[in-house]
Ligand binder design. Structure first.
Ligand SMILES: [Zn+2]
Length: 124
């Protein structure tokens, strides 16, 4: 008896499907606005002829045109250049509260001492 089928098929090389994009999507796009409790908005004064991407409409924004800087919680390192009109629209929609507006929604800002006390008591 001739046993067939043994060794005849040796192309069983298993190549695992390698996905080039199996990295976790951690890096946020630099043209998106960081989620924050409140935002500071001020007029941008820019003389550099650079182009930005508006975080609201994703449209191009020329630095030389009139626009505003939106800083999450006043953090200027995370500021974004945005169209004045888009910023006004976001403000009107309530998605861009100012610090005063945010503070008004807070029940009662605990003092530094109260916060420290709460933290130390929750650790035990
Ligand atoms: Zn815009």
């Amino acid at each position: 008896m001739v046993s067939r089928g043994r060794g005849a098929r040796h192309d069983g090389r298993v190549t695992p499907p390698k996905s080039p994009r199996d990295q976790p999507p951690i890096a946020p796009r630099s043209d998106t606005l960081t989620p924050a409790q409140w935002y500071s908005v001020r007029r941008a004064v820019n003389s550099k002829p650079s182009t930005y991407t508006c975080p609201f409409c994703r449209g191009h924004l020329l630095a030389l045109t009139e626009h505003v800087l939106v800083a999450p919680e006043g953090d200027t390192t995370r500021r974004r250049h945005a169209h004045t009109q888009c910023t006004l629209k976001a403000r009107a929609a309530g998605t861009l509260p100012s610090r005063e507006e945010w503070q008004a929604t807070q029940p009662k800002p605990p003092g530094l001492l109260a916060r420290l006390r709460r933290r130390s008591s929750s650790e035990s």
